[in-house]
Ligand binder design. Structure first.
Ligand SMILES: [Fe+2]
Length: 396
């Protein structure tokens, strides 16, 4: 049952407003009208968002609840970079180069933005207190060389959070492309294959995907609201919703320090400080089943995971990836995957997305061990230096 209106809390003036030290939403919207509104899509829903404190086993009222019917054409809810934005990015890239800053050392302090800083503050706010998903379009991939793209992309991300290592090699700039990997291999991450992956969430506050090259066919992004998924499951099978609020074993996909366990535990749905959060039930839980010391799924877990996966697929929207598109997702309120795809034969045209993993210590409250673990630190292995490779090959 929906929470009654007297229980609803306005976001303005809330704890988050103080935490983020962001301007009042109405004022922020007014500022936007001073910009080129003809080309700025309306991605901001946070200014009208309402939520109620989330309580286990009750329907969740959260701005990140949305369904297929709530999204129209992607251009209507995305932000389109303007020529003026391109110029601002080019100037910031030039400053980074002029000051001899390495790509992996790009930070907010050395990547100066003005008008775009306001836009990125709103993107972050939309991820935190809105839909949990923002599309940006027309990133200047044709104007910039690969290094400038990497600098500008990392620079934009630095206005939303701290970059994190995404793999055992310490990459803070990830390359999502088909490296010929086998998705079923316990030590292979799905992003290195072209298989249709299970819906999942990445282990960080925000994931960004910048499309450099699209696939010949297929490869669409699929995204669902985990709030919507939870509410549907609760309505249909509260007994299984309860199971999904309990711990599941997950594989670290072999990315651990010597002596560390190759798995960890985490619930799929969590309730912390009145906030709902979710993680995926992707390949990591199935891969853990192959590890010694991990108990096998109970019959209730099998049933719960099956219902969860079916419900996510029922709730998901398909979003195409065009070169220059950036998709930002809050992993704790969305689930994502992509369609299987057919690639171009030429190496230079192959589907290629650049990925960012961003940590926001003031992000959505999640379980403490999750925040202090991989979701807050990334794949942080001892002795591995962070790097931002401009490309990776099959041997990487
Ligand atoms: Fe992912």
């Amino acid at each position: 049952m929906r929470a009654t209106s007297d229980r609803l809390l306005e976001l303005q003036g809330s704890r988050r407003e103080k935490l983020l030290n962001l301007p009042d939403a109405s004022q922020s919207t007014d500022n936007k009208t001073m910009m080129d509104t003809a080309v700025v899509g309306d991605f901001r829903t946070f200014h009208k968002a309402r939520r109620a404190p989330a309580v286990p086993m009750q329907r969740v009222t959260d701005p990140a609840e949305w369904g297929r019917g709530d999204l129209g054409d992607v251009a209507s809810w995305s932000y389109r970079f303007t020529t003026r934005d391109h110029d601002e990015l080019a100037a910031a890239v030039a400053a980074v180069r002029r000051n001899g800053v390495a790509v992996e050392a790009v930070r907010r302090e050395n990547f100066p933005l003005t008008a775009l800083a306001e836009v990125m503050a709103d993107v972050r706010r939309e991820l935190l207190d809105g839909r949990g998903m923002v599309m940006m379009q027309n990133f200047p991939i044709d104007r910039f060389d690969r290094e400038a793209c990497a600098i500008a992309y990392l620079g934009l991300g630095s206005y939303m959070g701290t970059t994190m290592s995404q793999n055992a090699q310490g990459h803070i700039l990830g390359h999502v492309k088909d490296l010929g990997g086998d998705y079923t291999d316990p030590n292979t991450r799905g992003y290195m294959t072209r298989a249709e992956m299970l819906f999942h969430a990445d282990a960080c506050d925000y994931v960004g995907l910048l499309c450099l090259h699209g696939a010949k066919s297929g490869g669409e992004s699929r995204v669902a609201s985990s709030v919507t998924v939870y509410n549907r499951i609760l309505e249909r099978r509260p007994d299984l919703a309860k199971v999904l609020c309990e711990d599941f074993y997950r594989s670290h996909t072999g990315e651990v320090n010597p002596g560390e366990k190759p798995y960890f535990t985490q619930p799929i749905f969590s309730f912390i400080d009145g906030y709902f959060s979710a993680t995926g039930a992707g390949a990591a839980i199935d891969k853990a089943q192959k590890l010694p010391g991990v108990p096998r799924y109970t019959p209730a877990q099998v049933e719960a995971v099956e219902l969860y996966r079916q419900t996510v697929s029922d709730c998901a929207v398909d979003i195409g990836f065009e070169p220059g598109d950036i998709q930002f997702l809050n992993n704790f309120v969305t689930l994502h995957t992509r369609r299987e795809y057919e690639d171009w034969p030429e190496e230079a045209r192959k589907r290629h997305l650049l990925r960012l993993w961003l940590s926001d210590p003031d992000g959505r409250p999640i379980p403490k061990d999750q925040r202090e673990g991989r979701s807050g630190r990334g794949v942080a292995l001892k002795g591995v230096k962070l790097s931002a490779p401009l490309d990776v090959g099959v041997a990487a």
